[in-house]
Ligand binder design. Sequence first.
Ligand code: ATP
Ligand code: MG
Length: 428
Amino acid sequence: MTTKLSAVKGMNDVLPPKSAAWEGFEDAVRALMRAYGYRNVRTPIVEPTALFVRGIGEVTDIVEKEMYSFTDALNGEPLTLRPENTAAVVRAAIEHNLLYDGGKRLWYTGPMFRHERPQRGRYRQFHQVGAEALGYAGPDVDAELILMARRLWTMLGLRDVRLELNCLGQPDERARHRDKLIAYFEQHADALDDDSRRRLHSNPLRILDSKNPALQPLLEGAPRLLDELGDASRAHFDGVQQLLRAAGQDFRVNPRLVRGLDYYNLTVFEWVTDRLGAQGTVCAGGRYDGLIEQIGGKPAPACGWALGVERVLELLEQDGALPVAAGPDVYLVLAHEPAAARALELAEELRAAGCSVLQHVGGGSMKSQMKKADASGARHALIFGADEWTAGEVTLKALREGQGSEAQQRRIALQPVGALLRELGFDA
Ligand code: ATP
Ligand code: MG
C-alpha cells in the first residue's frame, strides 16, 4: 500500500468555497492598485540566498532561523525561497534599470516562505500583498501608502485595525541611540533574556521589539530613539503626521515600533488588531532609503508595505464579511438528448454576451438535474426538454428567492437569442 500524501506542515490548500474569498480579495487589491497608479511586478519565488542576507540583515529572525535555504543540486548555487518580496523587487528594479527616468510605484502579491511554528495567522507558506514606491523621498508618499492601506480596509469592510507610527531616524541618529541603548541594557544585563543578551551588541534596537512579557518593564524605561532625532528627521515625521491628520486618519505614535527587518529608516508603521492573538500585525511597512544602495543600485529613497493575506481574511471571516462567490447566471438542464448540440451552441452564445452558464454534464433524470441546478447557486435554470425541443423553445425557470414564486417559469423561443438574453438581464 502506498502511504497517504499530505501538504507540508504549515502550508495550506485554498479550496472552494473559501477560494472565492481569495478571489474577491484579489479583485479588491487590483482595483486599489489601479486607483493609486501602482503597477504590478512578478519576481521569481526563488532568489540567491545572498539577496536576503544582504537585504534583510544577518541579525534578524528571518535570516537567522526562518529561511528555507538550499543548495542547487546541479550547480551548487545557494538559493532561498523568498521570505518576503521587498528585496527581490529592489533587485529587479536595479537589474532592469527601472528607475532610469524617475520614481516607480509597484505592487506584487504571492506566496512567501518562513520556517516558523505554525499557528493561527502564522504559516510556513503564507501570502502577502505589497506596495513599493521606489525613488520618492518625501513624507507625501509615506502618507499615500498608509492611506492606500486604509482604502483597502474600507473596500473590504475590515473593522478594528489601528495605525501605529514611529520614526527610526537616520543611521547616525540610530548609532547615537544604539550607544545609549547598549549602555542602558548593560546596566540591566541580569534582567535580559538569552535572545536579548545575544542581540545586545549585534542588534540592540531589536530588543525593543521583544514580545517576552518579563522584559516589558525594562523596555518601557529604555532610551527612546525619538529623543535622538535631528531636525530633518523630525520634519519628515511631522510631515507624515500632518498629512494623515488632514486626511482624517487617527494614529498612535509607538516609540517601541522598530519592525523586524533591518533596512528601515525614518517612517515605520503597522496596522494592528487585537483580534488575532499574538499575530496582531495585519500590515507593516515603512521607509527604506538605504536598501537600494545596499543591494548594489544607485542610491535612491524608497517606501513600502506588505500585508498578510491570511490575517486579513481571518479578520473578515470573524466578522462574517468574507467576499463570497456569486453563483452562475444559468444552469443549463439537458433532459432531451437530441438537443445536446443546440444546447451547447446556446450556452456559447450566452457566454459570448457575458452570461455565466454552468452546463449540466453526464445525463440523468430531469429531477436529478434540477437538484443540481438548485445546489449550484444559479439564478436560473434553462431547460431543454422534449416538448420544448419540438416547439423550438426552452424553459426558463427562476431558482432564487426574490425572483417571484416557485412556479415562475416560462417558455421562450430559441431564436432570436436576444429575447432570452433580455429575459436574463443581459443586453442582446
Ligand atoms: P510578525 O511579527 O507577526 O512575525 P513580521 O514582522 O515578521 O511579523 P513582516 O515581515 O513585516 O512580518 O511581514 C508583513 C506581514 O506579513 C505581517 O504583518 C503579517 O501580516 C504577514 N506575515 C508575516 N509572517 C507571516 C507568517 N508566518 N504567516 C502569515 N502571515 C505572516
Ligand atoms: Mg516574523
